[in-house]
Design a protein around this ligand. Structure first.
Ligand SMILES: *Cc1c(COP(=O)(O)O)cnc(C)c1O
Length: 401
């Protein structure tokens, strides 16, 4: 229990990373959020309502599945998956969105606002807004809008306003800039609900706390299933929320090694990947200090990965810290490995994974043969329905290799 109670510090620092570098007009609003969260998140009323939502609306707890066929074929470590793809709306993001929506309700706010990359955060937040009877405004890059059309349709059906972002790289980074601009105008009635463990304090902490349920359930379920803790725990890292959720359940367990898997895209050349911890350097992005992929001018670099939910040139400050202190090992899997995992999981296990989650599974497939007698638990952070058209139209059905 030690780690989570003491990290971050009162100012939102994980070691040297994190903090809140805000334009002055936003400062009072973030102070309001910080103070409200401290008070509300500890109140029995809030906790009781969140538990009810988890169980009766989200469908938690989600199970852990033993990936029997893949484990057998790979012939080494046994692979297990925490099934966040079975969480309502099909990904782990609803865990923090329902928490953020409930926080907004307790704060008397009428609107939820955010950016979205793959559209998963937008769908999850629009779902929360519908549940709580609030307005919802989602900013999304035009490239992502084209790539993730079904999620745009879902957001609109759920009653959200989708604002297309057409400047710069027209992807997640620009969507964050655009959403913050709009929030400054309406911060009195709206809560900005950040979609990962990124952004200025207190969001990296708030989002981690709301994702903690994944780790808590996983630890209990794995013990019950196998009588032991997993040897290795792995999750994909974009901003890092699904990874922090899972890791936080095992962070005080010395015998469990934690592994974050970044997207290596098409190559290790700047611009071809989004492996921020592996190749980034210290810097500031979107109001906090962390590791950043920078271009020659020191600005956040363009990034690429097949998984648009991992498409971000920064990373949550807690991951930068856990990397620095050596508590978590970070590695990367490229587009090809992720695709191979996508096809394998679909065909051998009957689980079509999100391309993001396929990065975590790619890590397990790489490590399993080298670790006989061990167990690996990955976070199946979301389902791949959103990716099937893109994957099959671009790469076929995976039977030619
Ligand atoms: C958004 C998303 C991710 C990446 O977000 P993190 O904050 O890094 O967890 C991973 N998997 C799925 C399915 C997603 O939708």
């Amino acid at each position: 229990m030690g780690y989570l109670k003491t990290t971050p510090n009162r100012d939102g620092y994980f070691g040297e990373y994190g903090g809140a570098m805000l334009p002055p007009p936003l400062e009072p609003h973030f102070k309001e959020i910080r103070e409200a969260y401290e008070r509300i998140s500890k109140s029995a009323d809030f906790i009781a309502e969140l538990r009810l939502i988890r169980k009766h609306f989200q469908g938690r707890p989600t199970p852990i599945s033993y990936l029997k066929n893949m484990s057998g074929r790979l012939g080494g470590a046994q692979i297990y998956a925490k099934r966040e793809d079975l969480n309502h709306t099909g990904a782990h993001k609803l865990n923090h969105c329902m928490g953020e929506g409930l926080l907004a309700k307790f704060m008397g706010k009428k609107k939820l606002m955010a950016e979205t990359g793959a559209g998963q955060h937008g769908v999850a937040l629009a779902t929360a807004a519908a549940y709580f009877g609030m307005e919802c405004e989602i900013h999304m890059g035009e490239i992502d809008i084209a790539k993730e059309a079904p999620n745009v349709t879902r957001m609109k059906l759920l009653g959200a306003t989708v604002v297309p972002v057409g400047f710069g790289g027209r992807s997640l980074k620009e969507a964050v800039d655009s959403a913050f601009g709009s929030y400054i105008e309406q911060a009195d009635k709206a809560l900005f609900a950040i979609g990962s463990v990124v952004g200025p304090h207190p969001f990296p902490m708030i989002v981690r706390d709301f994702q903690h349920i994944v780790g808590v359930e996983s630890r209990e379920q794995f013990l019950e299933m196998t009588g032991d803790l997993p040897d290795m725990v792995a999750a994909c890292v974009g901003g890092g929320s699904n990874a922090m959720g899972l890791f936080s359940g095992f962070i005080d367990d010395e015998g469990v090694s934690l592994h974050g898997v970044e997207p290596l895209g098409t190559s290790s050349k700047l611009g071809d990947h989004a492996a921020t911890i592996t190749y980034g350097e210290d810097g500031d992005i979107h109001g906090f200090h962390t590791l950043v992929l920078k271009d020659e001018n020191g600005e956040p670099a363009p990034v690429h990965t097949i998984a648009s939910g991992l498409d971000y040139p920064g990373v949550g400050p807690e991951h930068a810290y856990l990397h620095k202190i050596g508590k978590v090992n970070y590695t990367a899997a490229d587009d090809k490995e992720a695709l191979a995992a996508f096809y394998a999981s679909s065909r051998e296990e009957g689980i079509i994974p999100a391309l993001e989650s396929a990065h975590a599974l790619a890590f397990a497939m790489r490590e399993a043969p080298k670790n006989p007698g061990k167990s690996i638990l990955i976070n199946m952070s979301g389902r791949g329905d959103k990716d099937i058209d893109y994957v099959t139209e671009t790469f076929g059905f995976g039977d030619e290799s």
